[in-house]
Design a binder for this molecule. Structure first.
Ligand code: ATP
Ligand code: ATP
Ligand code: MG
Ligand code: MG
Length: 877
């Protein structure tokens, strides 16, 4: 078997709303297509031997061992690959469990879907699973070395991509509070919330952290001076730049014992403490000098090391930090004790684990030396031997929670310090013999104030109670009453998405808010275009959600993007589904209308429980989505007597209908008239029924999101199907003797909708028609049939880009359709689009309507504009 294609889904998708992170592999089983697992000799045994932990997979039987019993009884290889890919990731420390496998139209080809935690690891696991299964089939085994290599590679992906412990704590808390988050760049910057209400964090630096405060905190001497001036107890000390100043400096601070440290250092680098000889002081000076130009000489304060975490002016947690050490057992050497300590699975390298491994360095040797020990010394039972002078976790120290022990006076001091330095999140290092006594009483001091303090010592202390320190950070970034989200409106359907998106955006604009929206023609913020192009996928949606000025997001959400990578957001406030019709059939393994409806229902199903799914009650496939949503439902319908709408309103539900010439909202028993269709230019004087439907959907979406009906009315008055507001959607031009209409209809349903308008035209109707070459032959026949019903005269043309078809082939099928169709249309073929349009316009009779369905809207409009059209026609002509 082999992999034909691999896709990475990152948001709610066709396969699952709950599991957004999925790998989708298209797998050709080749020779295994008609060999289920029970017919491959020894396969079951080999699989169990290679991956015994597959016993934990329940699968459809719903019990332990369920999946393996399926393998024994016979299941296809796609399904097995799915489970192996899940298991490999789980074994590499990324527990995942969701998967699906289904066959597609092509014989022997399967879609295999499985969850991932890390994208790269997920894709790797898919490849490894295929490799493993192929090997079991062909050779009866998969070598231990290969499996170990796979797991090692997967583990590396996991570690490479892992967020730091502080960031991890913050995003987990955000998830619990239902605050959306996303990674902004490879620099580990995280966005919390959406649009205008977003905040950012990078570890424990936040969008509220003052750069001035960070600069001050990282200047140890400056910090000390400010604190001393404020009456805070700090170590007596001085800064020197040359060795010959050392002796005087030691005298200045009151003699030994002293501490020597670099002026700007961190993580305990270059620090020597408890120095009591000049010789040692000189050596310490050199070590500090390696890290920084200036060197601090300070009095040494005996005591224990504490970190006080202050968030938004309040002490949230206190940890005592104990330097790396081992405790003797009377049998093992110090070296052996270090090895045993490092075997603790919580210990890793650097900052990324709960604890860090102890490494022997210069300080270790010095400390051992002083006691007359070496690494080979057998430490007496119960004796504690320090291996580091400072208590940094990153050099192997441990943390003990002391939050409940700190004296109220010290809390007050710490809170005042954070304010004095100006830090929203501060880690204050306190050396004192007893944190439960006021600092003054026991000669305790503040040795340093840290910006961006690490959280792991509080979140996972080695001893004592774990503290939820992430929550207060979120509470600071999003104080009560301040939202994290902006309203997100997502709009999908086969036809009318762009029109409805633009109208919905136009409605929200009336409220004075900054609207960000994406469409088939580009990304817009307010009245400015950010980027032109087909921007209906998740990446374009992200541009809007990440923009700090946007207050409302209205997102055209097309089939392609949902299929390719899922939605850009975990959930939305309003999900509009306009209609489901045949278009793009056969692409991406979507072969039936039901498949298509399932795909589009992703938008409805992704609506939050507090939001609304806005559904077309006149389209049975759309209306049925109400059964699957977790949100409230609002229906729109062209028929005020629609049975579904009637029942829904009886139960107090929300709806929008077209009744007696009005676009109206039904709120339970109440009828709220928005406007007469005559006065809504988009509907072309009420003659374009599908535009009425789009306007109902947009109005209902806005109303459900709380927009005042007055704004909706105002928007309907001022929104026109002009080349500016909706280029290529029902753009009507008055060319004096006759009219021309440019429209982007490109599938049977939209042709039919357009027909609804064309049939109301009093004069002769000429059509210039064609369609994208990647549609099926049948689609072209249908288009031909519909064109025959709509027009008196037809010019059949083709797109410049035939999308793989031979020139003239699409036209041939359209003509088949015209000939089969009812009606008496005459037709001719002019394959070149420009020539076809010009010929039709040149030959138009008085009072006729030339309907152009172009490949390139801008070109068609340019051709018409070259003929100097009169000012835009007003509706109701
Ligand atoms: P980090 O960034 O990890 O906090 P650092 O390199 O900034 O470390 P300091 O915080 O100044 O260095 O010092 C590290 C540790 O050394 C302190 O937490 C404390 O245990 C000890 N220390 C520093 N200065 C003194 C002092 N004057 N008296 C006693 N101990 C001290
Ligand atoms: P695309 O898939 O190209 O992005 P879309 O869904 O965004 O299309 P619009 O650009 O708004 O749709 O409209 C394209 C054409 O579809 C219109 O010009 C019209 O012919 C037709 N159309 C618009 N709304 C509807 C509707 N509600 N029902 C049927 N056809 C419609
Ligand atoms: Mg420090
Ligand atoms: Mg569109």
């Amino acid at each position: 078997m082999r992999i034909l294609k691999t896709q990475t889904l990152r948001g709610p998708n066709y396969w699952s709303i709950r599991y957004p992170n999925l790998i989708l592999m298209r797998l050709d089983l080749e020779g295994l297509a008609d060999r289920p697992s029970d017919q491959i000799l020894g396969f079951y045994e080999a699989l169990v031997e290679t991956l015994p932990s597959l016993i934990e997979h329940f699968c459809s039987p719903g019990h332990r061992g369920g999946f393996l019993s399926r393998v024994r009884q016979g299941t296809y290889m796609g399904h097995i690959v799915e489970h192996v890919a899940l298991e490999l990731q789980t074994m590499a420390g990324m527990p995942v469990g969701f998967g699906r496998t289904r066959s597609v139209a092509e014989a022997g080809v399967y879609q295999v879907v499985f969850e991932y935690q890390n994208e790269q690891a997920g894709r790797y696991a898919g490849r490894a699973a295929v490799r493993l299964c192929n090997s079991l089939v062909e050779t009866g085994h998969y070598s231990k070395e290969d499996l170990e290599q796979d797991l090692a590679d997967l583990t590396e992906f996991r570690l490479d991509a892992a967020l730091g412990p502080s960031t991890e704590a913050i995003v987990r808390a955000a998830e619990i509070q239902d605050i959306p988050w996303m990674q902004l760049s490879t620099r580990a910057m995280i966005q919390l919330g959406y649009g205008r209400y977003q905040q950012r964090v990078q570890a424990t630096l936040s969008s509220k952290t003052s750069i001035l405060a960070v600069e001050l905190a990282s200047d140890k001497e400056g910090t000390k001076q400010i604190l001393r001036n404020a009456g805070v107890p700090v170590p007596r000390g001085t800064v020197i730049n040359y060795l010959d100043e050392l002796e005087n400096a030691i005298e200045d601070v009151g003699g030994y014992p002293i501490v020597i440290k670099p002026l700007d250092g961190n993580h305990g680098r270059g620090i020597t403490i408890d120095i009591d000889t000049f010789e040692a002081a000189e050596e310490a000076y050199e070590a500090a000098k390696e890290v920084s130009r200036g060197v601090i000489v300070e009095r040494f304060y005996r005591g224990r090391d504490h970190r006080v975490l202050v968030i938004n002016g309040r002490v949230i947690a206190v940890a005592e930090r104990v330097p790396a050490h081992v405790v003797g057992d009377g049998k093992s050497t110090i070296e052996q004790l270090i090895d045993i300590t490092n075997q603790d699975p919580r210990r890793g390298v650097g900052h990324d684990n709960l604890l860090t491994r102890i490494e022997v360095d210069r300080t270790t040797w010095q400390l051992l030396d002083r006691k007359g020990y070496t690494l080979d010394t057998v430490l007496p039972e119960g004796e504690m031997c320090y291996l580091r002078a400072t208590a940094n976790l990153s050099t192997g120290g441990i943390a003990i929670d002391r939050t409940d022990d700190i004296h109220p006076d010290n809390i007050w001091v710490a809170q005042r310090i954070a304010k004095t330095i100006g830090l929203d999140i501060a880690g204050i290092d306190v050396v004192t013999t007893d944190i439960s006594k006021p600092l003054r009483e026991v000669d305790g001091v503040i040795v340093e104030v840290n910006a961006a303090p690490g959280l792991r010592m509080h979140v996972c202390p080695s001893v004592g109670i774990a503290r939820n320190v992430a929550e207060p950070i979120l509470a600071m970034l999003f104080p009560p009453g301040q939202p994290a989200r902006i309203p997100v409106v997502a709009i999908t359907g086969t036809n009318g998405k762009t029109t409805t998106t633009r109208l919905t955006a136009h409605i929200f604009k009336q409220t004075g808010q900054m609207v960000g929206f994406t469409t088939t023609d580009g990304i817009y913020i307010g009245d400015n275009m950010v980027e032109p192009g087909d921007t209906t996928g998740p990446q374009s949606a992200q541009v809007i959600l990440q923009d700090p000025t946007v207050e409302v997001a209205v997102l055209e959400t097309a089939r392609g993007g949902i299929l390719r990578s899922g939605l850009a957001f975990k959930d939305c406030d309003i999900g509009v589904v306009l209609n489901v019709a045949a278009d793009h059939m056969g692409l991406g393994d979507i072969n039936t209308l039901e498949d298509m409806a399932h795909l589009k229902s992703v938008v409805a199903e992704a609506v939050r429980p507090s939001g609304y799914a806005v559904l077309n009650a006149d389209d049975p496939l759309v209306a049925a989505m109400a059964q699957k949503v977790k949100s409230q439902v609002a229906y729109f319908s062209m028929d005020p007597h629609n049975e579904l709408v009637r029942k829904h309103s009886q139960q107090g539900g929300l709806a929008a209908v077209y009744e007696q010439g009005y676009l109206s909202i039904l709120k339970g028993d109440w009828l709220l008239r928005i406007e007469q269709a005559d006065k809504v230019p988009l509907t072309m004087g009420g003659k374009a029924p599908f535009q009425i439907a789009n306007a109902l959907a947009a109005s209902l979406a806005a109303f459900a999101q709380g927009v005042d009906i007055g704004y909706i009315r105002q928007a309907l008055h001022t929104f026109e199907a002009s080349t500016d507001q909706t280029p290529g959607r029902m753009n009507l031009f008055n060319l004096g003797r006759f009219h021309a209409l440019v429209d982007y209809a490109h599938n049977p349903a939209s042709y039919e909708a357009l027909g609804g308008f064309v049939k109301n035209w009093p004069g002769k109707r000429i059509g210039v028609v064609g369609g994208p070459g990647d549609r099926r032959d049948d689609d072209f026949i249908t288009l031909g049939k519909l064109a025959a019903q709509m027009f008196d005269d037809i010019v059949v043309k083709e797109d410049d880009d035939t999308r793989g078809r031979g020139r003239g082939d699409a036209a041939k099928w359209i003509i088949h359709g015209i000939e089969e169709g009812v009606g008496h249309a005459s037709y001719r073929t002019i394959l070149d689009e420009t020539e076809a349009i010009n010929t039709a316009l040149d030959g138009a009779e008085d009072d006729s309507l030339v309907v152009i369905l172009p490949e390139t809207v801008t070109r068609a409009i340019a051709l018409i504009k070259a003929r100097n059209p009169l000012p835009p026609v007003k509706p109701g002509l």
